[in-house]
Design a protein around this ligand. Structure first.
Ligand SMILES: C[S@@+](CC[C@H](N)C(=O)[O-])C[C@H]1O[C@@H](n2cnc3c(N)ncnc32)[C@H](O)[C@@H]1O
Length: 198
């Protein structure tokens, strides 16, 4: 089964986008200076819709048509603009703003976005390519469960978890602004905010 089929099946009984990431919302002040944002593997759009509601030109990328449809319906109901792109972010080579722009009916910013979010989706080559998604001084927000999470939770399974201390290394070419690793409620997560240098 393809990733698209697998995730469409998971979203089959979803009807709402879900809540925005508390990690991202916690950086509302920092994000207030960002005119554009993209949420990579952003699912049914809980976080992307919140970004759009803050006034950012927001793009939501995911492999699941079903998830994007839920996000688009919610955007229409709330009266916010949200661009969606359905694509496989595990493709080789990793998509770039330029390749994504070929898929989008609306424009993808040429030089990249001011903020990139990538939460709960671990594809190491994508994290290594985040710099290319950002304008100079643009910021990345990445939140992924760590291997410690297995002590309490059977899922996500091992392949979808970062090693302790691994996340900043994966996001090469970005300067760390803040890196936290620990228990956030019932989940053990790595949370990174990083900036693209000039
Ligand atoms: C665990 S969910 C996380 C959703 C959202 N980022 C969040 O934190 O709530 C993983 C997301 O990755 C998407 N996904 C899985 N494989 C993908 C791929 N190869 N390319 C793009 N998106 C993918 C799924 O459709 C799903 O929405």
């Amino acid at each position: 089964m393809s990733a698209a089929d697998r995730w469409d099946a998971k979203y089959a009984d979803w009807h709402e986008p879900g809540s925005p990431s508390d990690f991202v919302v916690g950086y509302a002040e920092l994000l207030a200076d960002c005119p554009t944002a993209v949420d990579l593997a952003g699912g049914a759009g809980g976080t992307a819709l919140w970004l759009a509601e803050q006034g950012m030109e927001t793009t939501l990328v995911d492999v699941s048509e079903r998830a994007l449809q839920i996000a688009e319906n919610a955007a229409a109901e709330r009266g916010v603009r949200l661009q969606t792109i359905c694509t496989d972010l595990e493709a080789d080579p990793v998509p770039t703003p330029v390749t994504l722009s070929r898929l989008a009916a609306l424009a993808v910013p040429d030089g990249g976005w001011h903020a990139v979010v990538c939460n709960n989706f671990l594809h190491r080559p994508l994290l290594g390519a985040l710099r290319g998604f950002l304008v100079p001084d643009g910021m990345a927000f990445v939140q992924i469960a760590t291997v410690e999470n297995l002590i309490v939770n059977a899922r996500p399974r091992r392949p979808y978890l970062v090693e302790l201390g691994e996340l900043p290394e994966l996001c090469s070419g970005l300067d760390t602004i803040s890196f936290d690793e620990g228990w956030f409620g019932q989940r053990h997560e790595a949370r990174l905010v990083a900036r693209r240098p000039h």
